[in-house]
Design a binder for this molecule. Sequence first.
Ligand SMILES: [Zn+2]
Length: 58
Amino acid sequence: MLAKHCPYCESYNLRRIHRGLIRKIVFQVKHRYQCRECYKKFTNNEMSNHQKSKKAEL
Ligand SMILES: [Zn+2]
């Protein structure tokens, strides 16, 4: 299981950004999150990109 965390400060204290019902259908793939520590916003996709580049460094 992949734990969700902030790609900027690596905090697990994330807030899911909720959209309206119509937008939810249109953008259903892109879930957005906001970090409660550094207040940066990012998508699920950005999170996994970060994890990939981190693995490449090792
Ligand atoms: Zn953060």
